[in-house]
Design a protein around this ligand. Sequence first.
Ligand code: C6P
Length: 419
Amino acid sequence: MSSAPSEITSASTTFDIAAIRRDFPLLDRSVNGKPLVYADNAATTQKPNVVIERIKRYYEYENSNIHRGVHTLSEDATEAYEIARSCVKQFLNAAHESEVIFTSGTTESINLVAQSYARTNLVAGDEILVSELEHHANIVPWQMVCQQTGAILKVAPINDAGEIILEAFAELLSARTRIVAVGHISNALGTVNPVERIIELAHEVGAVVLIDGAQASIHTPMDVQALDCDFYAFSGHKALGPTGVGVLYGRASLLEAMPPWQGGGDMIKVVTFEHTEYNTLPYKFEAGTPNIAGGLGLAAALEYFMALDITAVMAHEHALLNCAIARAASIPQLQLVGTAADKAAVVSFNIEGVHPHDLGTLLDQQGIAIRTGHHCAMPVMSRLGLSGTARASFALYNTEDEVHAVFDAIEKVLPMLLD
Ligand code: C6P
């Protein structure tokens, strides 16, 4: 590759919260005249300088289409994109680069499996098993496949704490179960699901397992080979990377046998009007010009993350969770929603007599960003008898002071809301 004008470096190679915060320029801004407290990381994370710079460098210096040109720019961009794929492979601990398919995000990754694997392999009477916790992106694509094939969608129940009831899950498994699709971590409640056990149980009945890792990618150790899942989906933008790019990991033996989902350039070897020969993996599933800058930005994000002490990151996020739970417990009107034993740093709650949107709006005036509503998980809300919640979700760059700021602000606006 030709050398770039400047090398991109990251300040933090270990877990140093002050250094980490300096890497994220947006955290410095104020909102409504107050210092920003960004607690909406389950919706999307902020981006470190290395990601912003990587995308800028691509457009300033390297912009070219990939897998097509013989000129230097195109060859360089192609090489960079394939290095980005290797970086994702390393992040996931996939066995091979060909098992890493770039998509536009978790939603597209799940739809790809639904339309390529499930639509062609399932017949009427087959079953797809999801859980009550799922995000709409891990429900609706399966409902669509059920309509197309006559397969049946089964739903594993949760308990009042927001945990999948494993015994009930196991009872729903049978020889008819062809696909199990569950989230690694619930976006609405923060529950960390026992995916290792779920995968084991599903494999015992011969089902193929897709894990929706949108909320897990940078919040739990990642190893698709140790998990032994068949498919794993995640989004770049929830993993410190850009929007519009994501990943589908698939076991090579399954991907090989699956037909392409979309047709177009790059996913073919030979095209005639009589016959088209498809490309090899992973290109068979990457029709058209991909989000090249997005792929490079995602790799920069994952490299940044992998350079950190991941055990320390997890411990830090756990401390934030414990701090949030303790503060929540000190507000009598506040009711936590989702009290699983194993939780990520996502705290969902309601305040008696207060609409979550009203709370979110008043917190925004204090510079605090949280999400309110059903969190694209309406079935879990209805299971818990709620129309929505307020949700504070934290990431590696949040501090305990910020957790306190969220709850201090709730205490401050509460009298106005209850008036
Ligand atoms: N959850 C949230 O605020 P996309 O939009 O494709 O990047 O991710 C979809 C998705 C799938 N599964 C889970 C578990 C998710 O949390 C999300 C996105 C965001 O909770 C936006 S609704």
